[in-house]
Design a protein around this ligand. Structure first.
Ligand code: AHR
Length: 522
């Protein structure tokens, strides 16, 4: 991690108002209107866009996913059963591991073989705590297998030679025969593990080695040469830019474009984005921090648009994936928690941020082919929070649940006219919409109303599809920071949405304040 302050909120707001390509200002009315173009289908939204990131950070792995076979917490060979069940239910398509910053400090040999013999190291990135390497390669692959998820390994480029990546991949993917394949078999897995994605370092501009883009590109090309899979096609993802670092994208695409299959983008949404040491609280925040959070979340659209335009110059055929493999909210650590563990509560605000981001990714489905929310359990904008034997599903989890029909569905272009939500200097479009047609032909529409006060009547014209019936589900809450605690685990969860009507080529819905609504048309 090495991040610079971005812009003052006021400037940022103007940028959003000026550049957001989706909504225009609603004129005489405060309603939103939209046309959904089922008559001109867009690209498929890869299910990999719903990926998740699991780093050795705080209780992201230990306690959150892995408790060990001897734990009193119900487990399947060491993996928490409650967490496995919850993640299976939202069909996690891909898990990125082991970092993050941790990845460029990780040496795979520390995490294979009998657990009692694995070295104990210090997690120098996250809290300085002991890392006993109980969760290593085989354990990660066991997690991916149990979830039915693809493996996305982040290789160590910052502090290990390319031979380490090469040998790790040989250990994981080579068919039986080689010494490393025999070692894998001796460790309990004779068959090769499928590694579908390899990240060539993480944040090489920061915690991955503080590199200049030219140097990072040279290293990317070198590591890409030695990253080989023995178990089928593996895409190589270069460590890409953060936020608005367009120069990084330009350099990586120019110098490394022909050696890579994807370029990562990292962008975190913070209520206050001047200082990393003062991000704003996860709960009990003022309305202005709701507003700035929304403005900052919507900036993802600008970043994706501009990075994609640079990629288009070098890759007009759009073969290279833009992989937003770290996104989500980042607040001040929960009071009383270890600040190195990045623990934060997750509220209706996070649900709305998740809906906005997923809609943005749907609008850019031609280039954003994979993403990973940061992170899966107990860290940052988590899907799940655990405390000993207890677990809660967060509002963000429930948004991922609502958006399941978007996985591998065909996106449908949306023309939207939205009213604005204003707070002090912030002015952002209040409504966000995306739509898809699934493999069975059913159309689904996601609508987000980020205004915390006002219900918004929305009228949608359906071009190329007729609907006579509509059902829906919604995530919302009574307060901006409504959330699920261990004592009240179901305070925020999807409820039936009955405020929509379908009438042939018209669909109307009144969106409650701060809501994420998904409609299924018939
Ligand atoms: O997700 C937490 C950290 O944020 C990751 O380790 C790093 O890549 C980023 O700076």
């Amino acid at each position: 991690m090495r991040r610079q302050p971005r812009f003052a909120a006021a400037v940022l707001t103007l940028t959003i108002a000026a550049l957001s390509p989706v909504p225009a200002v609603a004129q005489a009315t405060e309603d939103a209107t939209a046309t959904i173009h089922a008559d001109r289908p867009g690209p498929v939204m890869n299910r990999q866009v719903f990926g998740q990131f699991a780093e050795h950070l705080g209780h992201g792995i230990y306690g959150g996913i892995w408790v060990g076979e001897k734990s009193a917490i119900p487990n399947d060979h060491g993996y928490r059963r409650d967490v496995l069940d919850a993640l299976r239910a939202i069909k996690v398509p891909v898990v990125r591991w082991p970092g993050g910053c941790f990845a460029d400090d990780y040496h795979w040999r520390d995490g294979v073989g009998p657990r009692a013999k694995r070295p104990v190291k210090i997690n120098t990135n996250w809290g300085g705590v002991d890392e006993d390497n109980a969760f290593g390669t085989n354990e990660y692959m066991g997690l991916a297998e149990r979830l039915g998820a693809e493996a996305y390994i982040s290789a160590n480029v910052g502090s290990a030679p390319p031979s380490e990546t090469e040998q790790w991949l040989e250990y994981m993917t080579s068919p039986t025969g080689s010494t490393l394949a025999k070692e894998r078999a001796a460790n309990g897995h004779p068959a090769p593990f499928p590694v579908r994605y390899i990240g060539l370092g993480n944040e090489l501009w920061g915690c991955g080695g503080n590199m200049r883009a030219d140097y990072a590109a040279d290293l990317t090309n070198r590591y890409a040469q030695f990253a080989k899979s023995g178990s089928g096609k593996m895409l190589k993802i270069a460590s890409g830019p953060s936020d608005a670092d367009y120069a990084w994208t330009e350099t990586l695409m120019r110098l490394s474009g022909k050696y890579i299959d994807g370029l990562s983008l990292h962008y975190y949404t913070r209520p206050r984005d001047k200082e990393w040491g003062d991000k704003g609280a996860a709960l009990g925040f003022p309305e202005h921090e709701w507003a700035t959070t929304m403005a900052h979340a919507l900036q993802m659209d600008e970043f994706v648009t501009k990075h994609s335009a640079i990629m288009d110059k070098y890759d007009p055929g759009k073969k290279t994936w833009l992989v937003v493999d770290e996104w989500g909210t980042w607040y001040d650590p929960a009071p009383g928690s270890n600040p190195g563990f990045l623990v934060q509560q997750n509220s209706v605000r996070d649900a709305v941020v998740a809906g906005l981001n997923l809609n943005i990714f749907a609008h850019h489905a031609d280039r954003v082919k994979m993403a990973a929310v940061a992170q899966m359990v107990n860290v940052l904008q988590a899907m799940l929070l655990t405390d000993g034997a207890r677990m809660v599903k967060t509002p963000t989890y429930w948004v991922f649940d609502l958006y399941k029909p978007w996985m591998d569905a065909t996106t449908l272009p949306v023309d939207l006219r939205s009213p604005w939500y204003h707070d002090q200097e912030v002015a952002v479009p209040a409504v966000s919409v995306s739509a898809v047609r699934d493999a069975a032909g059913q159309v689904h529409v996601a609508l987000v109303n980020l205004d915390p006060h006002r219900a918004i009547a929305t009228s949608l014209s359906l071009a190329g599809v007729q609907a006579t019936a509509v059902t829906g589900r919604m995530v919302t809450g009574p307060a901006m920071d409504s959330h699920n605690s261990f004592d009240q685990p179901d305070a925020v969860r999807p409820v039936a949405f009955t405020g929509a009507q379908a009438n042939g080529s018209t669909l109307t819905a009144t969106l409650p304040p701060m809501s994420v609504v998904v409609l299924d048309l018939r």
